[in-house]
Structure formats: C-alpha cells, structure tokens
Write a protein of this length. Structure first.
Length: 317
C-alpha cells in the first residue's frame, strides 16, 4: 500500500518515479481512521437493535464489493485482477476477513479493551517488519513515538480484565496479523499500478468468501435487520466502512506503511469520543490522558516528517 515503499520493496527507489507525499498519506490515513472509528459505535448500536456484529462485518464487505463491482462494469473495466497480482490480492482479502472475524469474535471471550490493545499492536508490527519487507529505514525517534502512542492507547482503553481466555487472545492476535498483512500487500499492489477499485473488487471477493464459509462452518444463523433503524445502521456502516477502506488503500499508495501506521493509533480514541456522543458513554479521566498522549505522538510524527522534508529525501528516516 505505498508508492515509495513499494518501489523500495522490489527494486530500490527509482528516481524516475515521483516520491510520495508522506503528509498526504498521513492525512488520508487520519480520514480512514476516523471512518473506521465510527464503525465500532455504530456496530454496537446495531447489535442493540438485533443486528449481530459478525453479520454486520459480512454485510458491509458484501455491499462494498457490489457497489465497486458495478462501478467497474459501468466503466468497462476488468473485474479479475491481473495474473501476477492474484497472490497479493488474496493476502489482502484474507487479511481483511481476519480483521473482521478476529476483532469482532475476540470480544466474545475477552474484554473489549484488552482485545483493542492486542489488535492495535499492528502499527508496531508494521514498523518493525518494514525494514525486512520493504527496506524502509527506521530511526530511534520513530520507534520511540510508536511506543509512546501504544502506551497512550493502553492508558486510554484501560482493560481492567480479571481472566484471560486463550480463544479471545488468539482471535485478537489474528486480527492484528491480518491488518499488518493488509498494509504490506496493499502497498505492493499499489506499487504495481493497480487501480484502487480493482484492488477492492478482488480483495473483497476473497474476504466475503472467507467470512461466508467461516460463518457457515460455525453454524452461525444469518439474520437480516428487522427494524427500520437497523436497516439505517447497516446502510450507514456500509457507507462509512467503504470510505475507510478506500482511504486506507489511497493512504498506503501515497506513503510507506511504516510512516503512516502510527496514525491509526488515534482510531480507538476517536471511537471512544464518537461513542460518548452517539451512545452517551462517559469517558474516564484515563481516556482523556491516554488520548492526549496519542495525539502528542501524532503531532511528534508530523514534526518529524516536516523536519525530514526540510533535510531532503536522502536523509528521511
């Protein structure tokens, strides 16, 4: 999911290609995080009106797939990804299904706060794996700000758990691994010049297929909304999820995953704020403190990028 990162991945940076705008990538990532953040409170609201979260994950992906496929057909574009990209498309789609099934499934066994802390290890995983996978050079300051952001997240969520269940831990870990795979596979696809909509059709086909099979295997009865408000929530989640997913792909096409992954630490903080407004959930002092730490880490990341831009691309961390 990145221009520069992907170019550095397979072949070193090609001077004939324009270097990506990290500032643009971080801005797109923030928009994506904001939309993703709104999904969680809406999903909870949907569950209160008879719409199971697991089904919501399947329905939103299926609706995104249908809309994008129609757009592609209207434009006369090919729906099947090119032969050389299908493995990466499969990894991207499989990662998406792991996030939906793993994150939503984990909260059935462990507290939401603990599940979120485990899931949001993925920006750290991206940063640590980037030198191996795409050759991105990391500085001590970037590692430090990632640790700072994760610390703020842990304080904000405040798990308060008393017992651990291995299934919940495994599912949350699966979701984190799936999200990490999404970033790197999406970056490589973008580097090959594949259109965002084309990537979406292929990946969501894989994701919907996997989720459908898994839900059938665990004998999960499918349920459609029975209340008008539930249909509205489903439509809202589908639209917001589509925006989050597409912005995410554009973000990693604009900048290396290691440089924008930090932005996604703001997602659970934003989600808590949206839940406070939408569901009247009250925020604890620790959530305010943790949120301030996360925002401070993001400001630090932005300042680092501005300094790197002034020093020149050859000195970028």
């Amino acid at each position: 999911m990145t221009s520069e990162a992907a170019a550095t991945r397979s072949a070193r940076h090609d001077s004939s290609q324009p270097s990506p705008s990290v500032a643009l990538g971080m801005s797109l990532a923030f928009g994506s995080a904001l939309f993703y953040a709104a999904n969680t409170p809406l999903a909870k609201l949907g569950s209160l009106h008879g719409l199971p979260a697991q089904h919501l994950g399947l329905y939103r992906a299926a609706m995104l797939l249908a809309v994008v496929a129609i757009i592609m057909r209207m434009r006369g574009r090919m729906l099947v990804p090119p032969a050389g990209t299908r493995k990466l498309v499969f990894v991207l789609g499989a990662g998406s299904s792991c996030v939906a099934l793993g994150y939503l499934g984990a909260v059935n066994f462990i507290p939401v706060g603990l599940a979120a802390i485990i899931f949001y290890t993925y920006p750290l995983a991206i940063m640590l794996l980037a030198p191996v996978i795409d050759g991105t050079r990391l500085s001590a300051s970037r590692i430090g700000l990632a640790v700072l952001a994760f610390t703020g997240l842990a304080i904000a969520i405040g798990p308060g758990f008393t017992t651990l269940h291995w299934q919940g831990l495994a599912l949350a870990g699966l979701a984190s691994a799936g999200c990490t795979a999404m970033f790197f596979s999406g970056a490589r696809l973008a580097a090959r010049g594949l259109d965002t909509l084309a990537i979406t059709v292929g990946a969501q086909t894989v994701s919907v297929s996997i989720m459908l099979v898994v839900l059938l295997l665990i004998s999960e009865p499918f349920a459609l909304p029975t209340q008008p408000i539930a249909w509205g929530i489903l439509a809202g989640v589908a639209v917001i999820y589509s925006g989050a997913y597409l912005l995410n792909l554009r973000a990693v096409a604009a900048a290396p995953p290691a440089k924008i992954g930090i932005v996604y630490y703001v997602e659970p903080v934003l989600s808590a704020l949206i839940a406070a407004l939408l569901l009247a959930e009250r925020l604890a002092v620790s959530q305010y403190v943790g949120g301030i730490i996360v925002i401070a880490a993001l400001v630090w990341a932005g300042l680092l990028e501005r300094r790197a831009a002034r020093m020149g691309p050859e000195r970028r961390a």
